[in-house]
Design a protein around this ligand. Structure first.
Ligand SMILES: CC(C)(COP(=O)(O)OP(=O)(O)OC[C@H]1O[C@@H](n2cnc3c(N)ncnc32)[C@H](O)[C@@H]1OP(=O)(O)O)[C@@H](O)C(=O)NCCC(=O)NCCS
Length: 179
């Protein structure tokens, strides 16, 4: 039987101690900094757990960000995405951290839980909801390495011109995806 997954705002009742995704700084962030950053309102962390168990299986942390259009020191959005946009920095929903616990990739039946995809969709929906209340041009992420960048590209994220690991997905595309 597939497990019931719960997506929740990070809180003291979640168990972060066992989390290990293979990237020590992402483990460290969850264990040492996520709560205090959420309390300071500099990020919002969403965790995934099995409804029966407080252990964190996966998490993402989001905050407000920007991408530059043609503002100095250099253009960042690719030319085809810049048409009719103002030159000042554009607001984004910035996916600051995202990781899946390595031992939790499979459910108790041995099937992939697809937690990365589920979290990304959760974040896109959250960004879309927020965009009803304020201007959000895109969801953006700075991938930790080329492997992570390949994951985001699979979901149509495109690189900014001066950093192939800084990727964005325009809100217009997200709106059509969720329509
Ligand atoms: C990147 C990460 C979040 C992906 O989560 P995941 O649960 O392993 O991915 P899913 O099982 O949901 O995969 C969904 C799809 O993406 C593919 N995919 C997963 N990781 C991928 C990668 N690095 N590159 C390309 N495709 C990838 C899967 O094969 C699957 O494809 P399918 O639709 O053809 O079956 C996870 O591997 C992770 O936590 N990595 C370590 C931390 C990290 O790098 N985080 C990103 C920080 S920017």
């Amino acid at each position: 039987m597939a497990d019931a997954l719960a997506f929740e705002e990070l809180s003291p009742r979640h168990d972060r101690t066992q989390f290990s995704c293979g990237k020590p700084n992402l483990d460290d962030y969850l264990k040492r900094f996520s709560r205090q950053n959420d309390e300071l309102r500099t990020t919002k962390t969403v965790v995934v757990r099995n409804a029966q168990n407080p252990q964190v299986l996966a998490y993402y942390a989001a905050r407000a960000g920007t991408v530059a259009c043609s503002a100095p020191p250099r253009a960042r959005l690719p030319a085809d995405a810049k048409k009719r946009l103002p030159s000042y920095p554009l607001g984004t929903f910035h996916l600051a951290r995202m990781a899946v616990d390595s031992a939790s990739r499979l459910d108790p039946d041995g099937k992939p839980r697809r937690l990365g995809e589920l979290m990304l969709m959760h974040a896109l929906k959250a960004a879309h909801t927020a965009s009803r209340h304020m201007g959000i041009f895109a969801v953006d992420v700075i991938a930790i390495d080329d492997d992570a960048a390949a994951f985001y590209r699979k979901y149509d994220f495109a690189p900014l011109v001066d950093n192939p690991r800084h990727l964005f997905l325009p809100m217009k595309k997200i709106s059509s995806l969720l329509a």
